[in-house]
Design a protein around this ligand. Sequence first.
Ligand code: SF4
Length: 138
Amino acid sequence: MLTPDRVVTTTCPYCGVGCQVDLLLKDGLIYRVNGRFDNEINRGSLCVKGRFGYDFIYSPDRLKTPLARDAHGGYYDITWDEALNKVARNFERIRQQYGPDSVAFLTSAKCTNEENYLMQKLARGVIGTNNIDHCARL
Ligand code: SF4
């Protein structure tokens, strides 16, 4: 069996259950993911996503910067400041033109509770809509 250079304890990135995992690394690459037994959440178990779904980490197709659409339907790199300003300007324009309920927010189980809380504050407190939902709501 391969001996890891390093073991990183973390939380599975896939859903709100929050299973605890050990990432086993060799030469800087994750080669195995084990469920941790020392917690009340997953007690060593992982579903197929949490156990095997880590190929995306090394994909050359991962986005490294925000993208904006050009006039021909293509994309070009922009900075985070440019992206956030663009989103804020467009939110404000749409809200002014069509009203606050023309905008909706969908949050993700991949976000932390704090990030989800901030998203509803943005929706209700800044945009002025209750159109806020979450992918894990049944
Ligand atoms: S291992 Fe499966 S159930 Fe556990 S947090 Fe990850 S995706 Fe959710």
